[in-house]
Design a binder for this molecule. Structure first.
Ligand code: SER
Ligand code: ZN
Length: 511
């Protein structure tokens, strides 16, 4: 991939430039091309790879510049280096820089474009043309946009689109790390259908949403208890409450803002809470029996964010900008305070693939070594739970989490003294579902590396990188996996679970 930048900009000064001032501008242009733009450029870089003012002119209070570059001292970087010098240079003539107007900005990216590559479409890309191996983009940029390095991010984005198209899907990683072997099975049916038959659950009125009756909740709470007894207590995880409405600010820092949009349940706020403003909406419903969604759309702001999706990101503002004392590490916490929501579209099925679900989210952080050690202990504890207590047929696999793959973190040895870099990633736990002979992911353990501490600017006293990990325990998924293998007759269940559940409460009788 080879990249070129070209810009035309107008520098507006506080007064007309005298001939002497114009001469000084000319001298600075010379100096820029000869030395200023060459600072920091690697030796051996080709002449046309380095930023260069290719033409300039001055009229009245205006200086026009055209800058072109390859990858070094990119045109926009050149512009700001020039700006830094022009201020003192023209200060001597008592004129000050008032404004920079970017007249045009072009990026040319030469690369290996796959046939169906998605060239980014963004409001400030005014023209885009891909011909063979050459992509030309015209950008409508302000000086602030250039300072914000938008052109560099556009180039990076094109790179990502090419990668996504070249490797997309094909290289999704899946590597078996443990397999339990067969376990006693007592059921061949679809657990949700059987739960519905016995009134353990009923469809709620939103998509992928269930109302759980006491029998189902008894199982949830039994599993929760197993987690508390086997994992939370022995390893010393402390309970916290993470918010369940997630504003963009959190997802910008967690990285979810890069791609979570198709699966969010969006949250909006009223434009005002003045009852008079909303009166006609209520009136419409009173008269028609319908809720006027279009009318409501006009009266709300946002979306300001979405409902809880990944559960742990909402914790991190608690540590934002802090430095953690060495002696409080590793931190081990968990949250079980509310639901998670994902718009699963066509994928919803039974209680195992739903839009609203219940999860215990375990989270830990510390040095790289501490983070990896906690993950290893968790794996051991989970293994005991699924082997000896739930007696499940399950397996564990190393997989690629999308949010890491997108940030290029996967399979790379991040620097760390213990060589923990290769441990960054997700391990999925999957259970066998006899009724459709497939494997259901029912929980995971993730070593996130320094992703969250970096995103939320969290440091450790000793100065080493802060790492974190998390593990989501999906209660619907545990239940689906367990019931799919063991059935709904409690006499057949492993003793520990049967004891914790007790006698299923049959509250309702329908006529
Ligand atoms: N936060 C992680 C996830 O969403 C673990 O629950 O997958
Ligand atoms: Zn998490």
């Amino acid at each position: 991939m080879y990249v070129r930048f070209a810009l035309d900009a107008e520098l507006l000064f506080s007064a007309d430039l005298t001939p002497e001032a114009v001469e000084a501008v000319g001298a600075l242009v010379e100096e820029s091309n000869r030395t200023l733009f060459r600072k920091g450029v690697p030796q051996g870089a080709g002449e046309d790879e380095i930023g260069r003012i290719v033409s300039w002119s001055a009229t009245g209070p205006l200086v026009m510049l055209s800058i072109e570059s390859g990858p070094y001292t990119r045109a926009h970087d050149g512009l700001f280096r020039f700006r830094k010098q022009i201020a003192p240079t023209l200060g001597r003539f008592r004129v000050g820089l008032r404004d920079i107007v970017v007249k045009s900005f072009r990026i040319t990216i030469i690369g290996d474009y796959p046939k169906d590559v998605h060239i980014p479409k963004l409001p400030f890309i005014t023209r885009s043309c891909l011909l063979g191996d050459t992509l030309e983009l015209e950008l409508n940029m302000t000086a602030a946009d250039l300072e914000n390095r938008i052109p560099d991010r556009v180039v990076r984005l094109v790179e990502e689109k090419i990668q996504a198209c070249t490797y997309g899907g094909k290289t999704e990683h899946w590597e078996l790390v443990f397999e339990s072997g067969p376990k006693p099975r007592f059921f061949e049916g679809d657990p949700t259908e059987e739960m519905i038959k016995r009134n353990w659950v009923r469809h709620a009125l939103s998509r992928g949403q269930w109302i759980h009756a006491p029998q189902s909740v008894q199982l949830f709470r039994a599993f929760e208890q197993v987690v508390v007894e086997q994992i939370i207590k022995p390893m010393g995880f402390a309970e916290m409450i993470f918010p369940k409405l997630v504003p963009w600010e959190v997802w910008k820092k967690s990285g979810h803002a890069k791609g979570v949009y198709p699966e969010i349940y969006y949250v909006c706020t009223p434009k005002t809470r003045d009852p008079a403003y909303w009166e006609d909406v209520g009136d419409y419903f009173k008269v028609t029996g319908e809720v006027p969604v279009e009318m409501i759309r006009e009266k709300i702001d946002g979306p300001i964010g979405g409902l809880c999706y990944a559960q742990c990101p909402s914790f991190w503002p608690f540590l934002q900008g802090e430095t953690l004392a060495n002696d409080c590490l590793p931190i081990r916490i968990f949250d079980r305070s509310g639901t998670s929501h994902r718009y699963e579209s066509g994928g919803i099925h039974g209680i195992e693939r739903v839009d609203e679900f219940h999860r215990i989210e375990i989270l830990w952080l510390g040095t790289a070594e501490q983070t990896v050690e906690t993950a290893d202990r968790l794996h051991e504890a989970y293994r005991h739970v699924f082997e000896d207590l739930l007696e499940l047929e399950w397996r564990a696999a190393r997989v690629t989490p999308w949010f890491m793959a997108q940030e290029g973190m996967i399979e790379t040895e991040t620097e760390s003294s213990c060589g923990c870099g290769s441990r960054i990633g997700t391990t999925d736990y999957e259970a066998f579902l006899p009724y459709n002979k497939s494997w259901l992911e029912f929980q995971n353990v993730i070593i996130n590396g320094d992703k969250y501490p970096t995103g939320f600017n969290v440091k450790i006293q000793s100065g080493v990188d802060c790492w974190s990990g998390c593990s989501g325990i999906g209660l619907e998924r545990w239940t689906a996996a367990f019931l799919a293998q063991k059935g709904l007759d409690i006499e057949k269940w492993p003793e520990t679970v049967a004891k914790l559940v007790g006698e299923p409460k049959e509250l309702f009788r329908f006529l």
